[in-house]
Design a protein around this ligand. Structure first.
Ligand SMILES: Nc1ncnc2c1ncn2[C@@H]1O[C@H](COP(=O)(O)OP(=O)(O)O)[C@@H](O)[C@H]1O
Ligand SMILES: [Mg+2]
Length: 177
């Protein structure tokens, strides 16, 4: 996997306002980025955080949602982490053209907006859903990206533009998985 660093993140208390708070955090972290990256990141984080509120049960020590952004040379990774559930698992169904179904579109939209996205469960049981967002136009070369052990949905490669925020100084660097 490409190197992702300069992570920014927050653990948000869970409520009906969490999607809004997540969007506010993402907007702040992406200040100075390419506008398309910011608007895609806001949509993606909204969908992923809303999914946690809708599909992951609450409970003692479960009333939180973590949101993280990581920066690579040509994409931004959006991660949303929840305490996990055995009731369901994220399904990235492709969006059907002309479909008027109201439910089951969120992760299809996320897959559509991202170069790749996926989900896995951490050793501690937390669920991670992530999406890599690039700025650019579709490249002619298409490449299937394989990531054993993770459920990854690959899209055509994008020609990169810089997506790093203008002032990344002072961020803690982590290695990507
Ligand atoms: N964080 C999550 N944990 C467990 N299941 C999830 C999570 N996010 C999504 N899902 C499952 O994936 C399905 C598809 O999600 P989505 O495309 O956003 O549609 P919708 O939220 O409208 O049902 C959901 O219906 C749910 O069963
Ligand atoms: Mg949804």
């Amino acid at each position: 996997m490409p190197d992702v660093s300069g992570w920014k993140g927050a653990t948000l208390p869970r409520s009906a306002k969490t999607p809004r708070h997540a969007r506010q955090a993402v907007r702040r972290w992406l200040a100075g980025s390419v506008a398309a990256v910011e608007s895609n990141a806001l949509l993606v984080v909204s969908e992923l955080v809303t999914n946690v509120i809708q599909h992951v049960p609450t409970g003692v020590q479960r009333d939180w949602v973590k949101v993280r952004l990581g920066f690579a040379d040509d994409f931004v990774r959006v991660e949303v982490i929840d305490p996990g559930t055995t009731r369901s698992q994220p399904r990235f169904k492709p969006l059907r053209q002309g479909s008027t179904k109201r439910r089951g579109r969120g992760l299809g939209l996320v897959a559509d907006l991202s170069v790749r996205c996926g989900t896995h469960i951490a050793a501690c049981g937390d669920r991670i859903v992530w999406a890599d967002l690039a700025a650019g136009v579709p490249d002619a070369a298409q490449e299937a990206i394989q990531d054993i052990g993770d459920s990854v949905h690959a899209r055509p490669r994008m020609r990169p533009l810089s997506v790093r925020p203008s002032q990344p100084a002072g961020l803690t660097a982590f290695r990507s998985r």
